[in-house]
Structures are given as structure tokens and as C-alpha cells.
Design a protein. Structure first.
Length: 586
């Protein structure tokens, strides 16, 4: 029995070991597949980028080569060049002229040769090493230009030992006969220095696969493929690369996209140079691609490892959710507190309104009593004064006149008090707001003219229709105008503006002045009964209280604010009888 248990345990361990080995094998295969896919993706991306960079460098090279391509042809048409080839005495002037052309064009050298290849004039004539007296008949560009065509050639200078790109054109006399050759040498050192500073690997090869330009100095004049001895002899005879050994570069092309360069694999892109039989090679090491692919595999391994700590993350997430729920509960509690504060504030406002209504009710009872008690005595006094005035000679300062003025003032006071003693009128009908404004202005026009106040009325006709009691609403406008008239006392150039407009579907009636302003008071304070800034005997402070009540009867609101440049504006907002388009008020 013991032996049977041992055998079963060994089989279990073997199965477990086999499962582990299979899992490791599958994981390794998965990592290899991930590496291959990542490397292929990165390679395709890098190849696309390399093609773009190669096109960019090709464009810069062609721009550098073609920048002064037509200069020899243009200068060759100069009569001074023709004279220099036929008249040796004019060559000093030609030297200076060529130097000026070369300086302006930023060219290394511009020189003229006769049909034997002898240089008779050059822009570098004043330099210790110059081209005058040198014979360049062995150069292919001279032979091509001598035959009547444009010659182009890259070579190491036979005189200066500096590489350059040569462009040559034939020089013809007036009869069209070729009498010489003019050549231009362009240095490409700045272009090569820019390539070197970029840190990228760029090289240019000619038809013989000889590197004529490269971003690394030690690559110059190396070959990508072996060159035959016969061809090497031709190159030596042209003295194209001076004494350079033209040794092969450690370069092997593996396929169209990859190169083994100096023992390291590279992505290689080739693009032809249009203006020359050259090829531009742009190469990028694949070491970075391998590192990125390995990094992807590393991330995959990390992802697998992260599965082992998901339980801890799950526990942390549960704790975070619990804390979030607690935070939400706290926020909800704070909102409830704010809502309760708002409710208490609304309750306090309602209580204040109730207190105000109670005061207004008491005021109404008092006003009814005062109006009743004073009404008959005042009527009698007016009658007695009228009889007295009929039988006496009228004088501006007579006693009857003064008493009549006092009686009128007392009647005005009782008229204001009567507002609080009368119930609200329920009869309402549509009326024109512009006409109401005009009627109110007509009632105060005498006072406005007497005080020389500038009054501006902006009430387009026909105006908006509102529902209410036109007479009572005109009383609001008259009260606001009288307050504005009082506010502009002792003001230079007093001005009052009244009108209406339509904003957000509401009729907005405004009365603005340039007087003393509200002096920090709020509209709620101004509406309190018997609150006034006028001197004693000129008002009871009931105008705004009455106006606010009438506006409220018309489902409107009364506002007041100080103007930016002095004075105040009182605004009444009431709903129109029917919805209006704001453009209709313009």
C-alpha cells in the first residue's frame, strides 16, 4: 500500500513537471512570436522613415549641385570672357571680373581655359594657390564642354587637393565658334558637415560604386563593390580621386532592405540622384529595432507577472470604491446642509415679507383713517379759500395763495395715502407701453422744462402690449420720472432718459438720470414706506413703495442700480401680452 502511494505521488509530480515544462515552452514560443512580430512592425516603420529621410537628403544634394549650374553658361556670354581668350592684355580685367562673379555667387572658383586646356584667367588669381597656368585638358568636363555640351564632374582638385563638383560650358565668339571653356567649381563641404552633424549615416556613390560624399570622413573614396584593374587605370588617368587608394568598404548587401555594414545589420535605402548618375544610400542600424522588440517582449513578461498581483489590486480597488462611497456620502451630507441653509434663508425672507405685509396692512388702516378724517376738512378749506380768492385781489404772495398751495400739498399727501387704503383693482386690459410712457412724460413735462432738463424718450410706436391697468402703471412711470427730476437737482447739464426695449422675451422699461445716484442703497431699502431723501414737506417716501406694489400687480419686477458714470437707472421688467421678436423693437 505504501508503494502504491509513492508511485501515485511520483506520477503526479511528473505530470506537474510536464505541465510546467509545456507552459514554459509555450511561453517561450509566444515570446519569440511577439519578438518577431514587433521586430517586423518596427522595421517597416523604420524603413518608411528611412525612405523619407533619404528623399530629404537627395533633395538637399540636388539643390546644392544645381544651385549654380547655369552660372558658367551665363558668364560665358560675357564679352569680357571672349576678349580674355583672344586678347592677353585684357586678362587682368577678366580675372577681377571672374573674382567678382565668384564672390557674389559664393562659388569656390570660376576659371577660363583655352582650347588646349590651359587656364588663362581665374577668380582665385590673387591666392597663393590658383588655377592660372594650369592645364586641365585631362578632365572629362573639359572634353565635354570643348565638344559643345555642358560638362559635369566630381573630382579631387588637381591643384588645390580639395574635392569639388565641376560644371563647364563652351565659350563661343560672335561667329558661334568655340574658342575656349569656362568652368565652375562648387565646394560641398558645408553640405557634408551638415550631414555629419545630423548623426545619420549617408553616403553617395557614383557609377563605379565609389563613395564620393559621406557623412563620415573615413568613408570617402571607398568602394562598395570591387573595381576592375582596367577601370581603375581609367580613373587614375582622369586623376579624379588623386592618390586615394579606393579601398573596398566593409559592406555586404543582404537583400533589398538590409545591409551587413562593419559586421552589423542595417536597414538600407537607395534613391537615385536625378541630376547625376549617383545613388544616395541612407542606412540605419537595426540594433535599436532589436532593443525595442526586446522591450516589447519585456513588457509582455511584465504583463504576465502583473497577473500575479491582480488580487492585491482588486483588494485595493475595493478599498478605493469604499472610500469613494464615503466621500460621496460626505458630499451628499454637505449638499443637504446647504439645502437646509437655503431653506432657512428662504424662510427668513418669507418671514420678512410677512412682516412687511403686516406693516403695509397696518399702514393701510392708518391711511384709511387719516384720509377719512382729513378729506372733509381739506375740502372745506379749499372751498373757503376759493371764496376768499374770488372776493380779493390776487397777489403772488397773498395769504390765500399760500394757503391754497398748502392745501394742494396736503391733498397730494392724502392721495398717496389713499393707495394703501383702496383694494387692488382687478379690472385689467391690454394697453400700449409706448403710449403709457408718452402720457407719463406729458404729466411731468412742465417740471422738466422749468428745470431745463434734457429729456430723451425712446419709445417706438406702436409699442409692446402688456396686460394691466394703464392709469396705475402710468403712476409708476410718473413716480420714477419725479424721482429722476429730484435726483438731477444741482447737476450740471441734467439729463433724463426714459424708454423701453425687449430682452429675453421681457419688456424692459428704464428711467436713467445723471444725478446723485443711489448712494449705496438697495432697491429693498428704497421701497420701504416713508423712506425719503427729499427735504421735509416735499415728499413722504411713498412713491417707490407704491410703484413696487403696482409693478407686482402687473407680474413684474422693479430694479435699481448706479450708472458707471454717475446717476442711477430704475428698470421695470414686465411680461408682454404676446411673445415678441427682439428684432421688431429695433
Amino acid at each position: 500500500m505504501f508503494a502504491a502511494g509513492t508511485t501515485s505521488s511520483l506520477q503526479y509530480q511528473r505530470r506537474r513537471l510536464a505541465a510546467v515544462l509545456i507552459a514554459i515552452f509555450l511561453l517561450a514560443v509566444s515570446f519569440l512570436v511577439i519578438y518577431a512580430a514587433a521586430f517586423s512592425t518596427f522595421k517597416a516603420s523604420e524603413l518608411e522613415r528611412a525612405e523619407g529621410r533619404a528623399e530629404f537628403y537627395r533633395t538637399t544634394l540636388e539643390s546644392a549641385l544645381d544651385r549654380l549650374e547655369h552660372l558658367p553658361f551665363i558668364v560665358g556670354q560675357d564679352p569680357a570672357v571672349v576678349r580674355g581668350l583672344t586678347d592677353p592684355d585684357s586678362r587682368d580685367a577678366l580675372n577681377r571680373r571672374l573674382a567678382d562673379f565668384a564672390s557674389r555667387a559664393n562659388a569656390e572658383a570660376l576659371y577660363v581655359m583655352d582650347l588646349t586646356g590651359l587656364t588663362v584667367a581665374a577668380s582665385n588669381y590673387a591666392e597663393p594657390v590658383n588655377f592660372i597656368g594650369e592645364n586641365y585638358s585631362f578632365r572629362p568636363y573639359f572634353q565635354t564642354a570643348k565638344s559643345g555640351q555642358r560638362g559635369k564632374f566630381f573630382a579631387i582638385g588637381a591643384t588645390t587637393k580639395r574635392p569639388g563638383f565641376f560644371v563647364a560650358e563652351p565659350v563661343r565668339n560672335l561667329a558661334g565658334k568655340i574658342i575656349g571653356v569656362i568652368a565652375l567649381k562648387i565646394e560641398l563641404d558645408e553640405l557634408v558637415a551638415a550631414w555629419q552633424a545630423s548623426g545619420e549615416k549617408i553616403l553617395i556613390t557614383n557609377l563605379d560604386t565609389i563613395i564620393v560624399l559621406a557623412s563620415q570622413p573615413d568613408w570617402h573614396y571607398r568602394t562598395l563593390l570591387p573595381i576592375s584593374e582596367e577601370r581603375l587605370l581609367d580613373i587614375r588617368n582622369m586623376r579624379q580621386f588623386g592618390q586615394e587608394a579606393l579601398q573596398p568598404l566593409d559592406w555586404t548587401r543582404l537583400d533589398d532592405d538590409e545591409i551587413d555594414f562593419a559586421g552589423e545589420r542595417h536597414i538600407g535605402v537607395r534613391v537615385p540622384v536625378k541630376s547625376q548618375p549617383w545613388q544616395l544610400h541612407f542606412i540605419v542600424s537595426t540594433a535599436g529595432l532589436q532593443e525595442r522588440a526586446l522591450f516589447v517582449v519585456f513588457l509582455a513578461a511584465i504583463s504576465v507577472a502583473l497577473l500575479a498581483i491582480l488580487f492585491i489590486f482588486w483588494r485595493s480597488e475595493r478599498l478605493r470604491r469604499a472610500l469613494h462611497a464615503s466621500h460621496q456620502d460626505r458630499q451628499r451630507l454637505l449638499r443637504e446642509i446647504e439645502e437646509r441653509k437655503a431653506t432657512e434663508k428662504a424662510l427668513a425672507k418669507t418671514q420678512k415679507e410677512l412682516e412687511k405685509s403686516s406693516r403695509m396692512a397696518a399702514l393701510g388702516q392708518l391711511a384709511a383713517s387719516v384720509t377719512h378724517e382729513l378729506g372733509q376738512p381739506l375740502s372745506a378749506m379749499r372751498n373757503y379759500i376759493a371764496i376768499e380768492e374770488m372776493g380779493a385781489t390776487q397777489k403772488p404772495d397773498s395769504l390765500a395763495t399760500r394757503l391754497s398751495s398748502l392745501v394742494r400739498r396736503m391733498e397730494n399727501i392724502t392721495r398717496d395715502l389713499r393707495f394703501f387704503s383702496q383694494p387692488k383693482q382687478d379690472q385689467q386690459s391690454p394697453f400700449d407701453i409706448s403710449r403709457a410712457i408718452d402720457n407719463a412724460v406729458g404729466l411731468v413735462r412742465h417740471d422738466v422744462q422749468a428745470k431745463e432738463i434734457e429729456l430723451q424718450v425712446k419709445a417706438p410706436s406702436p409699442g409692446a402690449q402688456i396686460l394691466g391697468n394703464s392709469a396705475r402703471f402710468e403712476q409708476v412711470l410718473v413716480n420714477l420720472l419725479r424721482n429722476a427730476i429730484s435726483a438731477v437737482d444741482n447737476v450740471d447739464a441734467p439729463r433724463i432718459e426714459i424708454g423701453w426695449t425687449l430682452e429675453l422675451g421681457q419688456v424692459v422699461i428704464f428711467v436713467a438720470d445723471n444725478g446723485h445716484g443711489l448712494k449705496g442703497q438697495q432697491i429693498e431699502d428704497l421701497q420701504e414706506p416713508f423712506r425719503t431723501d427729499k427735504p421735509s414737506g416735499e415728499g413722504m417716501g411713498l412713491g417707490l413703495a407704491i410703484s413696487a406694489s403696482i409693478v407686482k400687480e402687473h407680474a413684474g419686477e422693479l430694479f435699481a442700480e448706479d450708472n458707471d458714470h454717475g446717476g442711477a437707472t430704475f428698470t421695470v421688467l414686465v411680461p408682454p401680452l404676446t411673445p415678441l421678436d427682439e428684432e421688431s423693437t429695433e
